[in-house]
Structure formats: C-alpha cells, structure tokens
Design a protein around this ligand. Structure first.
Ligand SMILES: [Zn+2]
Length: 103
C-alpha cells in the first residue's frame, strides 16, 4: 500500500506537471496523469515538451489552410502533405514580429 506521503507527493507533481503541460498548449489531465504516475520524470517531460506555438507551419497547397509543419494530412481538405519547401513562420514568431512592428 502506498503511504499517504507518497500520494501527496504524486498529486503535487501531478498538478505541477499538469500546469506546465497546459501552459505549453497541451492537456492538463494528460500531464497530470503522467507526472502523478512518474513524479519526477513526468514533470521533467512536461517541462521539456516542445512549445506547440513555436512550431513552424506551412500552407496546404490545395485549400490554403495553415497547418503545423509536421502534419502529414491537411485538417481541412484531407490532402496528403509532402515536406514543404517553404515554411510559414510559427505563431510565436509571428506574435513577436507583430509586437515589434507595433512598438
Ligand atoms: Zn487543405
């Protein structure tokens, strides 16, 4: 039987991992479960998890929808996507550029 102390630690790590995952645009519940199941490693994985918003994007050649660069299928028209020659800047980059232009 797990001791109460361990349960408290697991929940603490779970919440911390969940919050980190959520900030990075992932699921709170997913990272709560991962960090609760493997407390220290789960939290580290949540911190190392890539920033979704900083992924490069590209445009679907058929319908023009902007998708993540690693997507193999267009979410709108279902077209299979080759690796693109031209990347669209990431949402994070776009936001920083816009902020700089305003200043
Ligand atoms: Zn498309």
């Amino acid at each position: 039987m797990a001791s109460l102390g361990y349960v408290v630690i697991a929940i603490g790590f779970g919440v911390a991992g969940g919050v980190v995952g959520r900030i990075k645009g992932s699921s709170f519940l997913l990272w709560f479960l991962i960090s609760g199941a493997v407390p220290v490693f789960g939290l580290m994985a949540a911190i190392a998890y890539r920033f979704e918003r900083d992924e490069l994007r590209r445009q679907c050649p058929r319908c023009g929808k902007v998708v993540k660069i690693y997507d193999a299928l267009c979410m709108r028209c279902g077209m299979e996507l080759e690796l693109p020659e031209v990347a669209v800047m990431s949402e994070g980059m776009e936001q920083r550029a816009r902020r700089k232009a305003r200043a």
